[in-house]
Each structure stands twice: as C-alpha cells, then as structure tokens.
Design a protein around this ligand. Structure first.
Ligand SMILES: Cc1cc2nc3c(=O)[nH]c(=O)nc-3n(C[C@H](O)[C@H](O)[C@H](O)COP(=O)(O)OP(=O)(O)OC[C@H]3O[C@@H](n4cnc5c(N)ncnc54)[C@H](O)[C@@H]3O)c2cc1C
Length: 459
C-alpha cells in the first residue's frame, strides 16, 4: 500500500462520504483522501433542497463547509467527475473526464436514486423525481419555462409531501396519488396518518387515497399531458412528480464480486464495520445494506442520521486498517473501531405546518393495550406513547409527536434506559420544549391519561 499516493478514495460527497472523510482525517493525518462526485462541487444538505426551491435558502446556505475547509484545512481533495467503472483486481477507478485513479481503500457512498417502476410514459418530458441538485434544476425549468396549471405527484412518502408543499408555494394545483388507505400509513399509525390527510387537504391538495399511477400520457413532442390512474380516471397535468421511494445506487458494482441484495435490487451488503465482501472496499449511507448478526440482509435505512453514523464507523475501521498496513501498531491499537450500532431510532420531518418526531419502534401495527394517544385535532397536536405490555412495569418502547416538540436526548434516554410508562407520563415536562407562550401539550396528555386505563382506546 502507498497511503500517501493512493490512500482512500470516496465515491460520493453526501453526508456519508463527507463524514467518513472528516473522521478519517482526524484519525490519520497523513493518508491521502480524495472525494469524487458528479453531482456538486461541495457537500450540501440534501434535506434542505425544498427550501432552495421555495426561496428560503440559497444553495450556499445549505453548504456546511466552504471550499477552504477541504483543501487548505483538511487536505481533502475534491474531484468533480463521474466514476464509470471500478476495476477491483487492479484497485483502480475509470473516470469519465480525468485519467483513471488508483486506491488502497475505496468507500462507496453513492447514495440513492428515485424509483421508476416501468410505467408507460415515465420518460416523457415533464416527468421527474426529486433527489439530486439536477432534479431541483429540472423542476425549476419544468415549472418556470413551461406553463404548469396542474401537477400530479405519485407516491405519498416524505419526499412526496415536500414536493407537494414546494408546488403549493408556487400556486400550482396538485393531485397526490397514494397507494395506501391513508397518507404514509405503511409507516404512521392510523391517527397520525389521518391527521396528515387532513393537513394535506386543508392546503387544497387533491389527495387520492388507494389510487396508483397506471400510465402517463404525452403529446406528440413527448411532453406529459396527463395521467391515467388505477381507477381508470384521467387527470390532465403538465408535471408528474415521481416520489414512490428511492433505491440504492449500486450500478458500479452490479457485475462485480461484491455482494449485493440483487434479487430485491437493494443495497451493497456490508458487515457491522461497513466492509463489503472485498476487504478494501466499504459502503456507507443510502447505498449500503447492513447484514444482520446471522449474516442475512438487514434493512436499508435511507436517512440522514444513518448516513452520518455509517460514515463515521467506516472511517474508524479504515484508519485502523491503514495503520496496521503501515505496521504502526500503537496507533492501530489506539483506535476503537466500534461496530455500527443503530441505536434508538429517531426521525423528524414537517408535513406542511405539522412537525413530526418519532422515537423507538412506532409502526402502524400496534398491539391492543400497548398504546395511548392524546390528540387535539383543532390545535393539530398529537402525542402517542407505546409500551411493552408483557412487562409489569410497562416499559416504554416508542413515542410519536405531531405538532409539538420534545427533546431528542431525553426521549432517547427514556427508551434506552427502559423507563416505565408511568415514569415517562409523570416526567413529560422534562422533555417538552414547545416555544414559550404555547400551552404545553404534556399537561393535556397527563390530564387525559388520568382516565381509568380501560377507557383508553386500544388499537
Ligand atoms: C428531498 C429529500 C428530503 C429528505 N429529507 C430527509 C429528512 O427529512 N430526514 C432524513 O433523515 N433524511 C432525509 N432525506 C434522505 C437523506 O437526504 C439521505 O438519506 C442522505 O442524504 C443520503 O446521503 P448519502 O451520503 O448516502 O448519499 P447522497 O447524499 O445521495 O450522496 C451520494 C453522492 O454520490 C454521487 N455519485 C453516485 N454515483 C456516482 C458515480 N458513479 N460517480 C460520481 N459520483 C457519484 C451522487 O451524485 C451523490 O452526489 C431526504 C432526501 C431527499 C432527496
């Protein structure tokens, strides 16, 4: 290995790739680190894409580090190019514009792409997803250079509702086609889903539940003019947003010896140190799929926080391996290469005006007698607690908050420390951080909770 010359090459400058680069530089000051991306010159926050379109932020506002942070402060070399091929035996990459480059270690942090399910007309002009900066530019072009009176969004996840809000702000009438009975109810329990249904409709969106896309219609120039739904309805539109989920970008290693979960088109399989089936190649973020303890494929988690943790875990392990390769045992031993630990699940989002936070395992399938919700429909607030009824203390296992904010560190600690339901209800004030002058939601929750337990509506 020639770590000063080849070192680590990272494909992808998203949260997973950049976290890995920063962490590795802290742990190993000398190793050469190059980061390749064909999407953008600098790392930016993908979760903030909607705010650029809505005019709340510029692209620069979403870039956490200036150019000088990379080259001058941290000796991280940025390469704007596309990797076309990986030659695993030779440990080199073929780039589209520049000469091929060699690596000692390679980190695949290539992210994801939006799904297209082979719908007739899906490649027409005016049909697009929302994942990359280029998608954002295309949306800008599609909605400003072309007259869009009506848009149809296909799919009702987090990106679907963001796109709906973006179009709403520009005054574009929008229909959302959602396969499920209620918005995102493959993830949200019924009450939460129904609350978001109402929120969407309150913003004058035409929400069509249990409805899928069948076909996209186009004119003679190949531009979208409408859709046909699974209910055989025709909806005229000039823009079709495809937001029916994303899939890991794995095309670079498709015909290689690196194992993927190919049958289901999922991610690049990695162990708990983010190592693939090749000991010099690692994967992190949206493109990676962790194996379970028994080596079977675990879930793909396409979340910002997951990408960040993946990147950090990969960097620690690569640093250790790099020192070992240099026979620097003292440095190698000083690095604790902790395996990936998913920790307590957390996610947050905003559905138009309603903020959402979730902790632990809250799924739509809740067992009877294991949940309690308090809801104020008018104020658009909801708190749900979940517990394990098989334990006499009723150990808390999950929480959902809509329209009200609770502290992440406190909620996570309660789940990790296996606090009882009664403890959590009693101490809710400790986690609440609704802005001043707001009536604190925990008081209403506690009041409702004092009802005889049998009266609580089991799901
Ligand atoms: C609109 C939107 C909103 C979101 N909101 C949330 C949210 O609220 N909360 C949350 O947790 N998550 C959210 N996510 C998901 C989150 O943004 C992703 O999980 C995360 O950004 C993935 O990071 P990553 O580093 O794995 O990959 P990416 O950020 O996708 O970075 C990968 C990079 O690699 C580049 N690349 C790929 N292949 C090549 C190649 N061959 N050559 C050169 N470059 C290549 C890509 O172009 C890309 O720039 C959202 C995603 C989107 C699109």
């Amino acid at each position: 290995m020639n770590l000063d010359k080849n070192g680590l090459v990272i494909i992808g400058n998203g949260i997973a790739g950049i976290t890995a680069a920063r962490k590795l530089r802290q742990l190993h000051p000398k190793i050469r680190i190059r980061i390749i991306s064909s999407e953008s010159d600098l790392f930016f926050s993908r979760t903030a894409l909607m705010y650029i379109y809505m005019g709340h932020m510029s692209l620069k506002d979403t870039q956490a580090y200036p150019k000088s942070f990379f080259a001058k402060k941290n000796r991280l070399e940025l390469i704007k190019d596309h990797v076309d091929e990986i030659h695993i035996e030779a440990k080199e990459l073929k780039l589209r514009k520049q000469a091929k480059i060699e690596y000692d270690f390679l980190l695949l942090a290539s992210g994801a792409k939006y799904n297209k399910f082979g719908w007739p007309g899906q490649d027409s002009d005016g049909v697009q997803g929302l994942y990359s900066l280029q998608d954002l530019e295309l949306l800008e072009k599609n909605t400003s250079k072309h007259k869009v009176n009506h848009a149809v969004i296909v799919g009702g996840g987090l990106i679907g509702i963001e796109l709906a809000e973006m179009l709403h702000v520009r005054g574009i009438k929008t229909t959302m086609l959602v396969r499920e009975k209620n918005y995102w109810n493959n993830v949200l329990p019924l009450e939460e889903s129904q609350m978001i249904n109402e929120e969407i409709r309150e913003h004058h969106l035409d929400l069509r539940l249990e409805t899928e896309l069948k076909e996209i219609l186009a004119d003679k120039d190949g531009r979208a003019t409408g859709v046909i739904t699974s209910r055989d309805e025709k909806i005229e539109c000039q823009l079709v947003g495809l937001t029916a989920g994303v899939s890991p970008r794995i095309e670079l290693i498709k015909n290689s010896t690196i194992e993927t979960q190919l049958e289901t088109q999922r991610g690049i399989l990695v162990d708990s140190h983010m190592q693939t089936t090749n000991k010099y190649i690692f994967a992190a973020g949206d493109c990676a799929q962790l194996r379970n303890a028994d080596a079977s494929p675990g879930p793909v988690e396409q979340l910002w926080y997951t990408g960040r943790t993946h990147g950090s875990v990969a960097a620690r392990f690569i640093a250790k391996r790099a020192y070992e390769a240099e026979n620097k045992n003292e440095q190698a031993n000083s690095i604790s290469a902790e395996p990936y630990n998913r920790g307590t699940h957390f996610n947050s989002a905003k559905f138009f005006t309603i903020e959402y936070q979730t902790y632990g395992q809250v799924t739509p399938k809740i067992k009877a007698g294991e949940t309690f919700i308090w809801q104020d429909k008018k104020a658009k607030k909801l708190i749900r607690l979940l517990w394990n009824a098989s334990s006499p203390e009723r150990i808390i296992t999950g929480m959902n908050f809509l329209g009200t904010r609770y502290r992440q560190n406190v909620c996570t600690e309660w789940i990790e420390k296996k606090k009882s339901l009664e403890y959590v209800v009693k101490h809710l004030a400790k986690a609440s951080f609704d802005p001043e002058f707001y009536k604190p939601s925990y008081r209403s929750f506690q009041k409702a909770f004092k009802m005889p337990f049998e009266l609580h509506r089991p799901l």
